[in-house]
Design a protein. Structure first.
Length: 114
């Protein structure tokens, strides 16, 4: 590869890494038992996360939609009882409230800020 090709390739890799870094944010909660990677797609914010076994409480600023993509989570929404959400299901949480989640085994989710 010519030196011009190497420079162009290096610029593309750096520019892509810079864009990804600006678009993503790593979040860690509850001593690392819940972690997520925040990103933006088509102008909308979302996170992709993992939950280790345990029970956790989250407060919401805006409304959220949690989509279970691996495993199963139990959730207790405001004023509700515990309900199980297996892979492929979703639940929504109103703005300025909170919710509890419980994982018996590791699980993964996508959280969309709606």
């Amino acid at each position: 590869m010519s030196s011009i090709g190497q420079v162009a390739r290096g610029w593309h890799e750096a520019s892509t890494a810079d864009r990804l870094s600006a678009m993503t944010k790593h979040n860690t909660y509850f001593d690392g038992k819940v972690q997520s990677l925040g990103f933006e797609r088509n102008g909308r914010r979302a996170t992709a996360g993992v939950v280790q076994p345990g029970e956790f409480h989250f407060d919401t600023g805006g409304a959220e939609r949690m989509i279970i993509v691996s495993g199963e989570l139990a959730a207790r929404l405001p004023g509700g009882e515990w309900k199980h959400y297996p892979v492929g299901t979703a639940f929504e949480i109103p703005a300025k409230t909170g919710f509890d989640i419980r994982a018996m085994e590791p699980a993964a989710y996508i959280c969309e800020f709606i």
